[in-house]
Design a protein around this ligand. Sequence first.
Ligand SMILES: CC(C)(COP(=O)(O)OP(=O)(O)OC[C@H]1O[C@@H](n2cnc3c(N)ncnc32)[C@H](O)[C@@H]1OP(=O)(O)O)[C@@H](O)C(=O)NCCC(=O)NCCS
Length: 251
Amino acid sequence: MVIIGANGLGKELLTVLSWNGDTENLYFFDDLCADIPDLLYGRFPVLKSWAALKEHFLMNSPEFALGVGSAATRKLLAEKIVAVGGKLCSIISNDASIGEFITSMGDGVCILSHAIVTCDVQIGDGTLINKAVIISHDAKVGQYCAISPGAKILGRATIGDCTEIGANATILPGVTVGSNCIVGAGAVVTKNVADRTTVVGVPAHPIGFKVPICTMVPIFSRAALFKAQGDARYIFPTLSKASDPNDERSS
Ligand SMILES: CC(C)(COP(=O)(O)OP(=O)(O)OC[C@H]1O[C@@H](n2cnc3c(N)ncnc32)[C@H](O)[C@@H]1OP(=O)(O)O)[C@@H](O)C(=O)NCCC(=O)NCCS
């Protein structure tokens, strides 16, 4: 298997695989960080170009897991890597507790140590459930989300696609957080959150919103949008250079 990204989350996934006793034939891919050695920890080869990654998929195994923490980047990279022959795979910590009753998980889900996922939960493709996250009964988490350490998604709550939930945030029962949202660290979300909105605080309140890349609008229209949001602080799209997802990778 190749872990995509040899920095923060990549190292966290290595730790999980190590604790699971599953580090045989493990590679990393990182074509951005010049200071990463050819052998991570003197042991795990780091592929440093797309050509090397493609060749690895052909000659060894097509399996890869997403070791990057940004939700939007997870989706972009997954699509690009599948297009060069990769197969998105899951990593699930042996320390995580996953309910056996109708809980369903998509492809490429990563679940780290001490996470708890109970029953009738749905988790979409490519989503990251970080350390000590709790996802309660009947909750739904969309595709390519990033749920940070200690966050709690309580019963019947719903999280849209490509949404990031900050560390130790709590989504109260039955609340819906839309797609492409960001929930700040420590927030308590008591009301539904519209798509592309950033919320922080207790109780959570909006501080900004993102414009989707496909509907990028001229500056004067953005100003009008900003005004329409009253005090809401405008957040420029983080993916405006998305033609090459490698440029956007962070972990
Ligand atoms: C919400 C978040 C994305 C905002 O980041 P940002 O867009 O760079 O915003 P800023 O840092 O400029 O902060 C904007 C305002 O929101 C406030 N704010 C930011 N994050 C906050 C939080 N988590 N709780 C409460 N207030 C917060 C700031 O104090 C600031 O207030 P001010 O305008 O009155 O000074 C970020 O602060 C955050 O919480 N990220 C989650 C990090 C995390 O959990 N990572 C997990 C890694 S595994």
